[in-house]
Design a protein around this ligand. Structure first.
Ligand SMILES: N[C@@H](CCC(=O)N[C@@H](CS)C(=O)NCC(=O)O)C(=O)O
Length: 212
């Protein structure tokens, strides 16, 4: 099976995470940010993650792909889910994107390997949220606005090896968002969040992304 992804994409990391937890090796192709042709070759729109299964059929939607992989062989996400975690994971991305989107293109990631790909991303994101450098100037304010969310998560984490004590879909919701947040230089996770992030990333064999 082959996963088409952007390195910075947290939804793509959901898929990489479940594959790693299940010790399942996925072939990976990092798509250049402006390479719409590769994405639309499988599906009618520009989107990643795309999982191309062994039978050649493409699959979309990160959580559908997670469930598909989870159901191959013995299940690993056997723990309970908590609605507070799902609510947290729905609430945080819009705030987080003001910190992360202006930074991803500074990290030397493979989807930005050409000037055209880099420009494509910067133009697209500027259209979505405005001037990226301007947003970086507001870093301290945005971090301060996010800290209550991380403090809430700190109170919710039950174990550094699973947010609810036993691995569950909630871990797939949370860890990729922490991986994204960790690109922000100056954002310091509270203790339990930091331990959870470090333990889980080591467990699945991924280094954090660079910071900026
Ligand atoms: N609901 C989809 C959303 C996927 C999604 O929004 N992917 C983003 C990258 S993180 C994307 O492909 N955006 C379109 C683009 O880059 O043009 C999922 O969970 O897989």
């Amino acid at each position: 099976m082959r996963l088409y992804l952007f390195e910075h994409c947290s939804l793509c990391f959901r898929v990489r995470m479940i594959a790693a937890l299940k010790h399942l090796h996925l072939q990976e192709t990092v798509v250049l940010e402006d390479d719409s042709a590769t994405m639309t070759k499988f599906v009618e729109k520009r989107v990643v993650p795309i999982l191309v299964k062994d039978d050649g059929k493409p699959m979309l939607e990160s959580m559908d792909i997670v469930h598909y992989i989870e159901n191959l062989g013995e299940r690993i996400l056997t723990g309970p889910e908590r609605s507070e975690i799902a609510t947290w994971a729905d609430r945080v991305p819009p705030k987080l994107s003001l910190l992360t989107w202006p930074r991803y293109s500074l990290l030397g990631l493979p989807e930005f390997a050409t000037v055209a790909a880099l420009d494509h991303y910067n133009v697209r994101k500027r259209k979505a949220i405005g001037d990226l450098a301007e947003h970086r100037l507001h870093t301290r304010q945005y971090i301060n606005e996010l800290m209550p969310d991380f403090e809430e998560l700190d109170r919710l984490i039950e174990s550094p090896r699973a947010v609810n004590g036993t691995l569950s879909v909630d871990d797939i919701r949370v860890l990729p968002l922490l991986r994204s947040a960790a690109v922000v230089k100056g954002l310091r996770f509270p203790t339990k969040v930091r331990d959870y992030f470090a333990t889980m990333m080591t467990h699945i064999g991924y280094a954090p992304l660079p910071t900026a």
